[in-house]
Design a protein around this ligand. Structure first.
Ligand SMILES: *Cc1c(COP(=O)(O)O)cnc(C)c1O
Length: 375
């Protein structure tokens, strides 16, 4: 009888674009144009426009997007790159993969994002770059962060893998830094039917560099000349068809996510399970709806038993993961405290008011049993 509220619903999005994807795929199957070609170029043009920048380069996934930007900027051994510790591991992983050293920064206890102060505290003489992460689809104070990075002579890179179409003071995610990195992993706000990613930038040279790096360091217009050691990180034409079809719905889906978040925020305002804050200058796209709760294991278990699926993003801050512990140089108290309390509630564009209300009722009930110590 009791209907489960799923954590997400990719199928509802697929259904909206199915016909146009089938048509696009049919054409590719007829022409066998599986790598590169017009579909990929057209998507790159549309994605650059959507992000308000001059160039977009499609790549194989979001991790490669980060790694290719770092390589493309010549960042490597001997360099340090500041990253918030509250992020998906790929942000720090990309830094290590190019041979540089990640320096973990703490986050705001209110937004769980980088702040000018936590960034400043992590900067050293060796800092070449900072990767600002728009985690959960929320943007931090980009004006202030750009100032701090500029003052330190560090390049600012945006990890916008969770923030397609988010904005700070009306300006889109990906357009602030030297480059913005996107993932189109299926569950991201703009998701492919497999792995995919993109780099966006205003810098024509960097774009050209990454175009070459993603394709074995090929010289443009030549098949056999390679003037760099690159890699194979191209965006499939099949995925470009999917992304093009879904891009037409992205703004509307983001709006739907925002209204789900608003409903959550209103219903949960009285606490104790309050939503993580959104800054007044930002326009978040709510990749995730994150609350903080006491005794999370028990609350999560109660929610599961009431048919509400949840997730945790992320239970272990990066600097506490085994391969990254050697880069730690001090406590990061806000991120550590948050990691034990955060809980991601169901969030997807097609979520009904009734589903949101059921999640809120279940959360209130779970927290109430929590308060009196029974479960
Ligand atoms: C998903 C994600 C990535 C990595 O993207 P992939 O496409 O999975 O490689 C990087 N950073 C953040 C914040 C992400 O959420």
């Amino acid at each position: 009888m009791k209907q489960v509220v799923p954590f997400t619903d990719l199928r509802a999005m697929t259904d909206e674009v199915r016909a146009s994807i089938e048509q696009g795929w049919d054409q590719l199957l007829d022409t066998s144009g599986f790598i590169g070609g017009q579909v990929v170029q057209d998507f790159e043009r549309s994605w650059a426009d959507y992000c308000g920048v001059a160039h977009a380069v499609g790549v194989a996934n979001g991790t490669d997007a980060l790694q290719l930007v770092l390589s493309g900027l010549g960042i490597g051994p001997g360099d340090e790159v500041v990253v918030p510790t509250n992020t998906f591991v790929a942000t720090a992983e990309a830094v290590v993969l190019v041979g540089a050293r990640p320096r973990f920064a703490d986050v705001s206890p209110h937004t769980l994002l980088l702040t000018p102060a936590t960034l400043e505290a992590a900067i050293t003489r060796r800092t070449r770059a900072v990767i600002v992460v728009h985690l959960y689809g929320q943007m931090p104070d980009m004006d202030a962060l750009c100032r701090v990075a500029n003052r330190a002579g560090a390049v600012l890179i945006e990890d916008a893998a969770q923030a397609h179409g988010a904005a700070w003071q009306g300006r889109p995610a990906g357009s602030f830094g030297r480059a913005g990195c996107f993932s189109f992993y299926p569950s991201k706000n703009l998701g492919a039917f497999g792995d995919a990613g993109a780099v966006v930038t205003q810098d024509a040279d960097l774009a050209e560099n990454i175009r070459s790096l993603r394709d074995h360091g090929r010289v443009r217009g030549s098949h056999y000349q390679h003037d760099m050691v690159g890699t194979n990180s191209r965006l499939d034409a099949l995925q470009a068809v999917v992304l093009t079809a879904k891009l037409g719905h992205l703004a509307e889906w983001a709006e739907a996510r925002r209204s789900v978040a608003q409903r959550y925020r209103a219903a949960l305002a009285s606490g104790p399970g309050r939503m993580v804050e959104e800054l007044p200058g930002g326009r978040g796209v709510y990749h995730l709806a994150v609350v903080r709760v006491p005794d999370r294991p028990r609350v999560q278990h109660r929610l599961t038993s009431m048919g509400v699926q949840t997730g945790i993003h992320y239970p272990i801050p990066c600097h506490r993961l085994a391969p990254y512990r050697r880069f730690v140089d001090g406590p990061l108290p806000h991120a550590e405290a948050a990691a034990g309390e955060i809980l991601s509630l169901p969030m997807f564009p097609h979520m009904s008011d009734d589903q949101v209300d059921r999640v809120c009722e279940a959360l209130h009930a779970a927290l109430a049993t929590e308060a009196v110590g029974i479960a």
